[in-house]
Design a protein around this ligand. Structure first.
Ligand code: SAM
Length: 283
């Protein structure tokens, strides 16, 4: 007879019905597709929330979400769990080269005083702070060109981390050494594993929650650069098209829409023309 006292306790799996309910809510609220292949991933990620709420299992969580709890408040947590927040400093560096070599010199030549940038799926802020470093470097020779950065995301957990401006040391490998010296603060204490963004850079970026699924985005309509990278791939085609059309409403004529390496606006009816791979200019 097996010794049941030592048998590992198998967590109760999410029922197929409850997975379907969660998947449907997640897709409707955030645009993120949740096919059956993602069930194990979602179960794993949700377990911490189940423990935090003191619930028995994932199915009890669904009862809590749909019946017992404050649905709107809990939905924010569910979407935090559903999002994939992978990011890096200087991710897809060709985009920053394009800014430095082509777009920014052009704006400076036009006599522009302020460049407005929106990082529209910002995650923990590596993209926004990369943009701040790029702008600071450009301003070393073009002092007259100031800038603002708005960084938004649906996930409140990543926004809190982004605003704190603290990153694990392992993340700063892609930041060139000179820029690390200028814009990152490293503790002399080897026990401190985090690197901090210099306060002058942090002051340049504002972080806010914004759901790209919303019909209207409460942000300015004259951005010079909208970065919306590595998020459209999680959406279905109609959602991608709707989000792209909405984003374009917030770019000034001549401004740029910058997408992730496997994303495109080609074939979508938008007021943009392709400039180089994954960079589009509003016409
Ligand atoms: C994979 S990260 C990409 C981060 C960064 N743009 C980059 O390329 O490194 C995608 C981000 O999009 C966010 N996201 C997912 N759905 C969203 C939505 N409906 N509205 C706004 N942000 C969303 C996620 O929370 C996540 O932080």
């Amino acid at each position: 007879m097996p010794n049941l006292a030592y048998a590992p306790v198998q967590p109760e799996p999410l029922s197929a019905r409850n997975f379907a309910r969660l998947a449907s809510v997640i897709q409707e609220a955030s645009g993120i597709k949740m096919p059956a292949a993602k069930k194990t991933m979602l179960e794993g990620r949700l377990r911490r929330r189940v423990v935090a709420l003191g619930l028995a299992d994932l199915n009890a969580y669904c009862d809590y979400l749909f019946e017992a709890g404050d649905y709107e408040a809990e939905l924010i947590h569910l979407l935090n769990v559903a999002t994939t927040n992978k990011t890096d400093f200087f991710r897809e560096p060709a985009h920053f080269d394009f800014m430095t070599k082509i777009a920014l010199p052009d704006l400076a030549a036009q006599g522009r005083r302020t460049v407005k940038i929106w990082s529209a799926a910002a995650s923990i802020g590596a993209e926004a702070y990369t943009l701040a470093m790029v702008m600071e470097e450009f301003r070393r020779t073009e002092r007259g060109l100031d800038y603002t950065i708005l960084a938004t995301d649906i996930c409140t957990d990543v926004l809190a981390q982004a605003a704190a401006g603290r990153f694990p040391k392992a993340m700063i490998d892609p930041v060139p050494m000179e820029l690390r010296k200028r814009y990152l603060l490293q503790s002399r204490d080897p026990a401190v594993q985090d690197v901090r963004i210099a306060p002058s850079l942090r002051a340049k970026a504002a972080f806010a929650r914004l759901n790209l699924m919303d019909d209207h985005y409460p942000v300015d309509d004259d951005y010079d650069f909208v970065f919306c990278r590595n998020i459209l791939i999680y959406f279905d085609k109609p959602t991608q098209e709707r989000v792209l059309a909405n984003l374009c409403r917030h770019i000034r004529a001549g401004g740029y829409l910058v997408l992730g390496h496997s994303e495109s606006a080609i074939g979508v009816d938008l007021p943009v023309m392709a400039v180089v791979n994954t960079i589009f200019q509003k016409v």
